[in-house]
Design a binder for this molecule. Structure first.
Ligand code: KE4
Length: 429
């Protein structure tokens, strides 16, 4: 495929934007080469500046569960824009979206809107610390919650050491109270709570991880974490920025029948526009300014255009739930991929929960970050480019989940599997 327009656009962007992108995830760092610049999306498709068409399995990293330019979402945003982009004052749209979030996510009794998942995670952590009066926050290696200073932390030497910064610009003090844990490690959890239990304000996790590539929780892991946080008076914070309204209408917590104290949302709740949210138990949320003392604020929080997009998306998901359909597409996808990768005689693992999936080029099952990092990222890069040449746009990293959307059909999955079969044979030679 010719991508000269993208290359020229990237050169131009690099002169005024660091790395030519406004977020590193889209810089193709994990696969080499230069990012594709897109002109537009339409249903299941993306079209780049050179007019090439791709089946989109990124969906803007999760928001577009309905596909691009869903008519209901487009109409809602256009109408909202005609009434004014922003007021810096309350609108009923914010209350309507908040009421719908409360209705759909059982553990959420009150919710505050913000403008990104990062902002939502950061606020939820501050709230957990403010509510409990404690400082330590637990997070899991490989889980990503946005670029929150205290969570930009490298795993310590063992499961119970406090973290050290993994980015320049983050002072040691920011991560000195961050406990880095191992996902799916029940023994490590118990040890961490034995050692630090009375100092832990909260534990945040992706209940189903997208940011290691797709890693599902093992049977007793979520239940054990709920039990330990209850026992030690720590808050349980589910980061459902990716999984919220995706794995079920009530998110991963509905799918796994869990009830966290706080939930962080983003992506789908904004229908593709910038929305994050944090919500949960009323007694906790009532501590948020101005109801309570924990400071949190944002000029464009609850922006009417973003609220309109989120409302239209959640209403569509509620009225025509796509989850059974996405489950069948997802099963078809991974069944076909397994046949394709087996015929190419390569070590692989395939992980899927609902409409989120990852093909790991790894010999052993991937249940945590250490295991994920054993994947053959060079082979993944070759696969990524071979699929791109065949018009399939996958996440540009082995450590990201791919997303199905309701605009895709069985025919699209068949096309993708056929492309994968050819691509895997090509890279295997
Ligand atoms: P944002 O600040 O990017 O809206 O959300 C941060 C965030 C929080 N929690 C989870 C589970 C997330 O996946 C994210 C953001 N996800 C990445 C993709 N892995 C967004 C892509 C990007 O950073 O450009």
């Amino acid at each position: 495929m010719k991508r000269t327009q993208s290359l020229a656009a990237f050169d131009r962007a690099c002169r005024v934007i660091p790395g030519g992108v406004n977020s590193p995830a889209r810089a193709f760092g994990g696969v080499g080469g230069q990012p594709v610049f897109f002109a537009r999306g339409e249903g299941p498709y993306l079209f780049d500046l050179d007019g090439n068409r791709y089946l989109d399995f990124v969906g803007s990293w999760g928001p577009l569960i309905l596909g691009h330019c869903h008519p209901r979402v487009v109409k809602a945003v256009q109408e909202a824009l005609g009434r004014g982009a922003t007021f810096g004052a309350p609108t009923e749209l914010e209350t309507q979206l908040a009421e719908l979030v409360v209705l759909l996510v059982p553990s959420i009794e009150m919710v505050r809107m913000v403008s990104s998942g990062t902002e939502a995670s950061m606020s939820a952590i501050r709230l957990a610390r403010g509510f409990t009066g404690r400082d330590v926050i637990g997070k899991f290696a490989g889980c990503y919650h946005g670029h929150v200073d205290s969570l930009l932390v490298a795993a310590g030497s063992s499961a119970t050491t406090l973290g050290v910064p993994n980015s320049p610009g983050v002072p040691r003090g920011c991560t000195a109270d961050t406990l880095v844990l191992r996902f799916n490690d029940v023994k490590g959890l118990r040890q961490a709570f034995r050692q630090h239990g009375d100092k832990i304000a909260g534990v945040i996790l992706e209940p189903v991880v997208g940011n290691m590539g797709l890693v599902a929780p093992m049977a007793e892991f979520l239940a054990e974490l709920r039990g330990l946080t209850h026992k030690h008076g720590a808050l349980l914070i589910y980061d459902e920025v990716m999984t919220g309204f995706r794995l079920a209408l009530g998110g991963a917590q509905e799918l796994y029948k869990q009830s966290p104290d706080l939930t962080v949302l983003g992506k789908i709740v904004g229908g593709g526009l910038p929305v994050g949210a944090f919500g949960g138990r009323r007694d906790i949320m009532q501590k948020v300014l101005p109801a309570g003392p924990v400071f949190q604020a944002g000029t464009l929080s609850g922006n009417p255009l973003a609220m309109a997009a989120g409302l239209a998306t959640l209403q569509e998901l509620r009225e025509r739930p796509p989850y059974a359909y996405l489950e069948s597409l997802g099963q078809k996808m991974v069944d076909g991929l397994a046949v394709a990768v087996r015929s190419a005689k390569m070590p692989y693992q395939i992980a899927r929960v609902g409409s989120m999936w990852t093909l790991f080029f790894a010999a052993d099952p991937v249940s945590n970050y250490e295991a994920a990092k054993k994947s053959d990222t060079a082979r993944f890069a070759k696969f990524f480019w071979a699929m791109l040449e065949r018009g399939i746009y996958l996440p540009c990293s082995q450590f990201e989940a791919a997303f199905l959307n309701a605009a895709q059909t069985e025919e699209h999955i068949d096309q993708t599997i056929a492309a994968a079969r050819d691509a895997l044979l090509e890279i295997g030679r």
